[in-house]
Ligand binder design. Structure first.
Ligand SMILES: C[S@@+](CC[C@H](N)C(=O)[O-])C[C@H]1O[C@@H](n2cnc3c(N)ncnc32)[C@H](O)[C@@H]1O
Length: 248
C-alpha cells in the first residue's frame, strides 16, 4: 500500500486536486493568491499590480510574455502621443526580463537583438512582420521589421518547422485601433500558445492582453498581470468580447 494518498492529476486542469475540477468556475485561478483579481472568467484571470510581488503567489506551468526589453523605449512619433504611451514601465534595464526567464518554467519571451539574450535561451525565433512597420537606421535601405522570441525550458511541441514566423503586426496608429505601443498580434500569440506544454499559461507583463486573448481563443487557462490599470481595463474588455470563429 502506498504511504501517501495523493489525488490523481486531473485531465482537465493538469493539477492534482480532490473533488470536482474548478476549471470552469469564474475566478478559480484567483483562489489562495491573497490578491484580488481585477478580472476573472472561466479561462483567464487578470491581476493589476507589480508582477514581482504577485507571481510568487501563483500556480502556473508555462510563461508566454513580452516583458520590458531593457531598451528604454521612447516613441518618436508625435502623431501617437495623445493616444499611446510614449514609454514602457520598467524598460530601462533587462532586470524584469531576466527575472522572468529565471523563474524556471518553459518560457517564450519576446526580446530584441539590441541586448544579449537571457541566460538559458535554447533557441531564438524570429517574428517577421512581413515588411510592415520597423524603423532602425534611416540612412541604410533596410528597416528593422522583425523581433526575437527566446525559447527556454522544455515541453514545447508541434510540427517541426522553421524558426521564422511571419505574422502581420497590429496597425501602428492608435486611430487604427492599436491600444498599446508594443501590442502583439493575437494570431502570432495563438501560434505560440498552441506549441506550449500543458497547464496554466502566465503572462506577467500582459500589456493589452494579447497573450490572454490568444489563450482564451485556444481554450487554454491563463493568468495575466499588468502594472498599468489602463491596460488592465483594455485587456479585461478584450476578454469580454466574443470571438466569432469561422471554420475552414
Ligand atoms: C512590452 S509591454 C507588453 C505588451 C503586450 N505584449 C501587448 O500585446 O499589449 C510590457 C508591459 O509590462 C508592463 N509592466 C512593466 N513593469 C511591470 C511590472 N513590474 N509588473 C507588471 N507589469 C509591468 C508595462 O506597463 C507594459 O504594458
Amino acid at each position: 500500500m502506498s504511504q501517501y494518498n495523493c489525488p490523481p492529476v486531473c485531465g482537465k486542469c493538469s493539477r492534482a486536486h480532490r473533488g470536482p475540477c474548478q476549471q470552469n468556475q469564474p475566478g478559480a485561478l484567483a483562489l489562495g493568491t491573497g490578491y484580488a483579481p481585477f478580472f476573472a472568467d472561466e479561462w483567464v484571470t487578470i491581476y493589476c499590480g507589480n508582477a514581482r510581488e504577485i507571481v510568487p503567489t501563483l500556480a502556473y506551468e508555462v510563461i508566454v510574455s513580452d516583458p520590458p526589453y531593457g531598451i528604454a523605449y521612447k516613441s518618436g512619433s508625435s502623431r501617437n502621443e495623445s493616444q499611446l504611451a510614449r514609454s514602457i514601465e520598467g524598460d530601462e534595464t533587462t532586470e524584469l526580463r531576466d527575472w522572468l526567464c529565471a523563474l524556471g518554467k518553459p518560457t517564450l519571451c519576446f526580446g530584441t537583438w539590441k541586448v544579449a539574450p537571457p541566460a538559458g535561451t535554447r533557441e531564438t525565433l524570429v517574428w517577421d512582420k512581413k515588411g510592415a512597420l520597423g524603423m532602425g537606421a534611416l540612412d541604410i535601405p533596410w528597416k528593422r521589421s522583425w523581433e526575437e522570441i527566446y525559447v527556454l525550458g522544455k515541453g514545447f511541441s508541434g510540427r517541426r518547422e522553421g524558426a521564422v514566423l511571419q505574422y502581420a503586426p497590429v496597425q501602428s496608429m492608435s486611430r487604427n485601433g492599436r491600444v498599446h505601443p508594443h501590442e502583439k498580434p493575437v494570431a502570432l500569440m495563438e501560434y505560440l500558445v498552441d506549441r506550449c506544454p500543458r497547464g496554466v499559461i502566465l503572462d506577467p507583463f500582459m500589456g493589452s492582453g494579447a497573450t490572454l486573448r490568444a489563450a482564451k481563443n485556444r481554450q487554454r487557462r491563463a493568468i495575466g498581470i499588468e502594472i498599468n490599470e489602463r491596460y488592465c481595463k483594455i485587456a479585461a474588455d478584450r476578454m469580454r468580447q466574443d470571438v466569432l470563429r469561422l471554420s475552414a
